[in-house]
Design a protein. Structure first.
Length: 503
């Protein structure tokens, strides 16, 4: 009798409640980041998966790993460099599926278990939501330019599941390859595309299996769906705290700057155009550094030095907390940016934008790519100006700054809201409504892009912020003495604090 009870008890305990898969037969890797804001979102996601698994009551727990906690090198976002470690460290003898997702993935755990139980885990296979290029794009090195739509790659935020036989094969292949490091690419731009291409190069039969339960947006059928990044955390940063620095040069003053001036520049309070030459019609701030075709390292460092110097002297800049370094063909949403900046912890260093990687298989680093706009806080700029130098005048500025910051242990913060390329260069599914930037004026009408993506929200936002601007005009017109400016500043900052902006 006792035996029967025991047996049935064990039976109940060990039967997956709904489907042929136990919670612990899944390993998750959440591509988290170590800054407080993104880490908080990642921990929340982990928590919701654990809660759901407790409700399932199958007596086991899923393995959930946060990338920034497991992989300290900061290259995990590129995925291929950590494939061997994934196989060696994140897979147990019980794991049937390895699931990759992002902090902005939303997971229905029960549905995930039942969906995956219908798949064959003994095959070499990976499943996800299929993205493809509408036209050949620079972010994928113009891959498959004759027929870009043929190649499919996963939307990681919608979830990707790998069978263990596939992971083993990839890891084994990679161990062979890494003995000839030349075989691996230097630059990482779009990790999902590069991963799919890598897998396809291992075996042309290994193509992404598109499944309906991994979704690019909410749906009842979704086991995982992609959610847009939350950009408003309760307090937007007022625009008098942000200084916008545009890098330009003589030959683009007439060609490009009018687009900037007539679009997002209208909504800034502190704006500087840094150029190789002085031009009173803009006006520009000359950097005293000759223009180089590419690179701009010396110029960018000089700009950061000039900015720090001006902040220390010009009392109207006393509130500045953030510096946005943009190209003369970068389009920005001032409103989305100022909301988003409010999400980050002021005490942390900030080096924010779209992350690319250089040499992530060995000793490389992630960098924030310049065209999409780089946001620093003043603390970070001080650190750069004190510690970094250019190896040559035309070294790539964004990369040198990043490699220097890496030595200072300051990690790039990635946001999918910033874009190094034009909106046309991305699959429409991944473009978020609250995007902050697009780059390049090539074969597009910048006015139209600004109109379609940013104008309306910027205008509305600015109406609410207007008192800040008029306050500055007042200070300027009255040519105040430094001490009265100080008082005025104090009044104003009180006013800003009490004037909580919500959209
Ligand atoms: C100080 O900063 C304000 C606001 O950006 C600007 O309008 C003004 O021209 C600056 N003053 C000087 C002397 O550069």
């Amino acid at each position: 009798m006792l035996k029967i009870v025991l047996i049935s008890f064990t039976f109940i305990l060990l039967t997956p409640t709904t489907c042929g898969i136990f919670s612990d037969e899944i390993s998750f890797l959440v591509l988290s980041q170590k800054n407080k804001y993104h880490l908080g979102v990642a921990k929340q996601l982990k928590h919701t998966i654990i809660e759901q698994s407790l409700n399932l009551d199958d007596g086991t727990k899923p393995n959930i790993y946060l990338a920034n906690e497991v992989f300290k090198k900061g290259n995990s976002w590129a995925i291929i460099p950590i494939l061997i470690d994934i196989r060696n460290q994140l897979i147990t003898s019980r794991t049937k599926w390895f699931v990759l997702c992002e902090t902005n993935s939303v997971i229905n755990f029960k549905k995930l278990l039942s969906s995956l139980s219908a798949e064959d885990e003994t095959k070499e296979v990976y499943m996800g939501y299929s993205l493809y290029d509408r036209e050949a794009t620079i972010i994928h090195h113009f891959a498959f330019f004759r027929n870009p739509q043929q190649f499919h790659f996963p939307y990681i935020r919608a979830g990707v599941a790998f069978s263990i036989p596939l992971l083993n094969r990839l890891a084994n292949h990679l161990s062979l390859l890494s003995q000839q490091p030349k075989m691996l690419t230097d630059f990482t731009i779009d990790a999902a595309h590069e991963l799919a291409l890598f897998i396809w190069n291992v075996d042309k039969n290994l193509v992404l299996k598109s499944v309906p339960y991994f979704c690019s947006r909410f749906g009842l059928e979704c086991a995982i769906y992609a959610k847009e990044e939350n950009i408003f955390c309760g307090n937007a940063i007022s625009l008098d705290k942000v200084l916008f620095a545009v890098k330009t040069c003589g030959k683009y003053h007439k060609e490009r700057l009018p687009f900037i001036q007539k679009t997002w520049a209208r909504f800034t309070i502190h704006l500087r155009f840094f150029s190789d030459i002085y031009d009173s019609t803009i006006p520009t701030v000359p950097t005293g550094v000759e223009n180089t075709e590419r690179g701009h390292c010396e110029k960018s460092l000089k700009i950061l030095r000039l900015i720090l110097n001006e902040i220390s002297k010009n009392s109207t800049l006393k509130n500045i907390e953030f510096i946005v370094l943009a190209d003369d063909d970068t389009l920005l949403s001032i409103s989305s940016l100022s909301e988003y900046l409010g999400c980050f912890d002021k005490k942390e260093y900030m080096f924010l934008g779209e992350r690319y990687g250089y040499n992530l298989f060995s000793d490389g680093y992630s960098y924030i790519t310049g065209g999409a706009g780089i946001v620093f806080n003043t603390k970070t700029i001080k650190k750069i100006v004190d510690s970094c130098s250019c190896s040559s005048i035309s070294s790539p500025d964004d990369m040198i700054i990043a490699s220097c910051l890496k030595q200072l242990n300051i990690e790039a913060i990635h946001s999918s809201l910033f874009h190094q390329a034009r909106f046309r260069d991305y699959s429409p599914e991944i473009l978020e409504r609250s995007s902050i930037s697009f780059h390049k004026f090539w074969q597009i009408d910048p006015f139209e892009v600004y109109e379609n993506w940013f104008r309306k929200k910027d205008e509305e936002y600015f109406k609410i912020n207007k008192h800040i601007l008029s306050d500055y005009k007042y200070i300027k017109q009255n040519c105040m003495t430094p001490s009265s400016v100080k008082n005025k500043q104090k009044q104003k900052s009180n006013q800003i604090n009490s004037n909580h902006i919500e959209l």
